[in-house]
Every structure is written in C-alpha cells, then in structure tokens.
Design a protein around this ligand. Structure first.
Ligand SMILES: [Zn+2]
Length: 307
C-alpha cells in the first residue's frame, strides 16, 4: 500500500523527535560496536544530565562529546534541526536552498547556509565506484557569460567547465528504450584531452563504450582503453546523439538557477557533488544513509568553505 510507506517525513520525525533521540542515534552510528573510551578502553559511560551531548567514561571519567569528530562538531544548533535539514536535503529531488531551510526550521540565514554546506560536503560518492558498460558523456559551461567573439570551448575565467558521464541502460530490448543509470559529474579546469581522459579513467570502468560529440578533447579515450565513438555533429542535431546528458545538464542548470538562484564558480563543485549523490540515489530513501555519513565523518570548516 503506497500510503503505508515507512520512510516519509512523519516517521522520520517520530524516530528523531528530540535532542535525546538524536544524541542516541549519533552515538549508535559513531560507536557502532558500542561505546569505547579512547583513553582507557572502558566500554561503560554515563550521560551528564546538564550536558547531554557528553558521555563520561565510567572507568577514567574522561569526557567524550558525542559530536566531536563528526559533522555536528561543536554545533549550537538543535540536533533535531540538523536531522530535519539532512532529511530535506536527502529527500527533495530538487534539493533545498539555505533560504528554504532557514525559513522552515526557523534559523538565521547564515546558520542555515553553513549547515547546508556542511551537509552538502558530506554527500559524496565513495571511491572506487565506476560507471559501466555504455556511457554517454559531454561537457557544458556554467555561470559567467560568453564574451563576444568567443565561441565553443574557448577559455573564459568566469565560466566553469562541467563534465558529465552517465550510464545508458537498456530498459526494453524491443524498442531500444534507454534509461539513465548512475552518473558522474565534475568541475574541470579545461576540456582538453589530458583532463577529459583523466576524468573518464577515474570514473568509468576499463573497456566501457563511451559516446561523445566530435570534440578533439575526447581523442585520447581510445588510447586509454575505452571503446570510443565520437559523433561529429553541431548545432541542434548534436543534442539528438547525446539526449541523456543534455536533459541532465538542463535539469542541473534549472536546479542551480531555480532552487539556488545561481551558484558561484567557487562553490559549484559542492553543489554538483550533492546533485550527483542524489541523482544516483533517486530511487531510494537516503536520509538515514546521510545521517550515517554525518555521524562518522568530520565536517568541512567555515574557514575551508570561505577560504
Ligand atoms: Zn576511560
């Protein structure tokens, strides 16, 4: 029954209704095998009533903050708000803006902004995850503006170059209907052969079949061991050969410019990572998976964000 789904927002709120429940959840995630004191190895700890995020070792009385070394490190924001923001970011296909989080959760905009970036930084693909079989790939520009007289892939420092590769999966054998599998997207310094070959080598399984346009930046793919097919076409016809990446680029830009009102080149890679992460998990609930990431990894600092 559709309406009996157990991973909606209501069940999420019931599961993490208050600070105590969130602390317990973080403790369970970061100490997966139970509490263990880093000083004396004791497995017994008790809570300090006045500081519920502190676990005091029953053996040596060393105090452990449940949030130390996690993305929640030293946060003064309610953990329930963190959890809900993680839920929103993980669940909403269009993603959420800092403005939206600030309004929905009753937070100052700059607090929400930092929180969103910390959440976003935690959403990244694990290493060693490769795209397989049949791949469609292309690059696009984002941001800035195209200077007069410059065409195609010419250099423009205000624009970021973005490369995308997506698996084409045959949905129905009979009528050759393709659907998107997993994708990889990155900001690259330039669309030259060295950079594009490096991107494919890092993200695509050896011997995979890659279809691109006729850009010379893809000329190194054959030597790198891929089965490469470059379609020589320009203008409106080019899109027909690479339908999937073009739809994805257009959805991506709508998200960057619509939900986020445009994104600067400096922060673009983090937005792409979030978008990529959610795209690859678009068919399943991801909130709990995100919480696991948050509780078991250190967060990006404000200095690293603005530096
Ligand atoms: Zn101890």
């Amino acid at each position: 029954m559709k309406f009996a789904m157990s991973n909606g927002i209501l069940s999420f709120i019931r599961k993490y209704p208050d600070e105590t429940a969130c602390i317990a959840a973080i403790a369970k995630l970061r100490w997966a095998d139970g509490f263990s004191c880093s000083k004396c190895g004791s497995t017994k700890a008790h809570h300090l009533k006045s500081r519920p995020r502190i676990f005091e070792c029953s053996g040596c009385h060393h105090q452990h903050s449940v949030t130390a070394g996690t993305v929640f490190h030293k946060t003064r924001t309610d953990l329930t708000k963190w959890f809900l923001a993680a839920y929103m970011m993980a669940s909403d296909k269009r993603g959420v803006s800092a403005m939206h989080v600030s309004r929905e959760l009753g937070m100052r905009y700059d607090t929400a902004w930092l929180m969103c970036h910390k959440l976003r930084a935690a959403l990244f693909e694990r290493n060693g995850f490769e795209l397989k079989n049949f791949i469609e790939a292309d690059e696009t520009f984002y941001g800035g503006y195209r200077e007069k007289g410059l065409r195609g892939r010419s250099k423009n420092d205000k624009k970021a170059t973005v490369v995308l590769a997506v698996e084409k999966v045959l949905a129905k054998k009979g009528n050759r209907e393709w659907i998107a599998g997993n994708a990889r997207i990155e900001v690259i310094e330039s669309a030259d052969a060295t950079t594009l070959t490096d991107f494919m080598t890092r993200n695509v399984a050896p011997k995979a079949r890659i279809i691109t346009d006729g850009w010379r930046g893809y000329n190194g793919l054959k030597d790198a061991g891929f089965k490469h097919h470059g379609v020589i076409a320009s203008g409106p016809a080019a899109g027909e050969h690479l339908p999937m990446v073009h739809i994805m680029f257009s959805n991506l830009k709508a998200w960057l410019n619509g939900t986020h009102h445009g994104v600067s080149k400096k922060h673009l890679h983090r937005y792409l990572r979030e978008w990529n992460y959610r795209f690859n998990r678009r068919n399943g609930p991801v909130a709990e998976f995100v919480l696991n990431r948050l509780a078991t990894r250190t967060g990006i600092t404000y200095q690293a964000l603005v530096g």
